[in-house]
Ligand binder design. Structure first.
Ligand code: KIV
Length: 259
């Protein structure tokens, strides 16, 4: 079944949602064949496949290029693309231009935007323009330079109240789902029970309506992984061994065979 924002919303309280990141057609197709409900073309593109230290250097051109590659896999999973660093803080016209590029050139079916109640008015205007928006609150990795690192949010009363208020404002603005990153598990549960749209957690406990992980982390391709990640394979080791066998055979003359 080809997913839509409606089919994703309808899964709340019925079945857990599965979201996996992908940045190209090969990995998107594999995530889709495995039954992912949503594929996120995350700006984690930057600190995984593009080799940057964090997501800040990722530009709209990079996001459009990789989103288009994922869309060409023609998945049943809903393709969600990240709005890159600071884009929600541009003028609305520029934000809309960037959003249109991800949808029209990249083929994204929905966009994920980091930010709380402060961007709710812009989220509402995007939704009014026909763009499906997934909100992203809790830890916002695009704030890494200001924060001086990554940390968990929502463990104290003030942060819990802010995350709940952000979630409600973004739901009210029309977001079709809310991603909660590195959010205290009790706070994530409270948000999940307080909004009518699905929550998708990463490092936010088990009460969320769904979970997302970065493909390189799941597959054992990342050099460092956050503590909440579970690795389901060690593909880094498998790939290195295959490359080593190929190199050995080229050097020894075993490959290619014949003339
Ligand atoms: O960019 C990304 O992959 C993300 C996830 C960490 C949720 O935003």
């Amino acid at each position: 079944m080809k997913h839509t924002t409606k089919s994703i919303i309808n899964k709340k309280g019925v079945e857990k949602l599965v979201m996996i990141t992908a940045y190209d057609a090969i990995f998107a197709r594999l995530a889709d064949k495995a039954g992912a409900d949503l594929i996120l073309v995350g700006d984690s593109l930057g600190n995984t496949f593009l080799g940057f230290d964090n997501t800040v250097p990722v530009t709209i051109d990079m996001m459009v290029h990789h989103t288009a590659a994922v869309s060409r896999a023609k998945t049943n999973a809903l393709v969600v693309a990240d709005m890159p660093f600071a884009s929600a803080h541009h003028s609305f016209d520029r934000l809309l231009d960037d959003a249109k590029r991800l949808v029209q050139e990249g083929g994204a079916q929905a966009l994920k935007i980091e930010g709380g109640a402060i961007i709710a008015d812009k989220v509402k205007r995007l939704v009014d323009a026909g763009i499906a928006v997934m909100a992203h609150i809790g830890l916002e990795p695009q704030q890494v330079l200001r924060l001086g690192g990554y940390k968990k949010f929502g463990a104290n009363d003030a942060e819990r109240a802010k995350i709940l208020a952000d979630a409600k404002a973004l739901e009210e603005a029309g977001a079709f789902s809310i991603l909660l990153e590195m959010t205290d598990a009790d706070t994530a549960k409270l948000v999940t029970e307080s909004v009518s749209v699905p929550t998708i957690g990463i490092g936010a406990g088990s009460a969320c309506d769904g979970q997302v992980l970065v493909c390189a982390d799941i597959l054992g391709l990342s050099e460092k992984v956050p503590p909440f990640v579970k690795q389901y394979a060690k593909l880094g080791e498998t790939i290195e061994a295959a490359y080593r066998s190929y190199a050995d055979e080229v050097r020894s003359g075993k490959f290619p065979q014949g003339k």
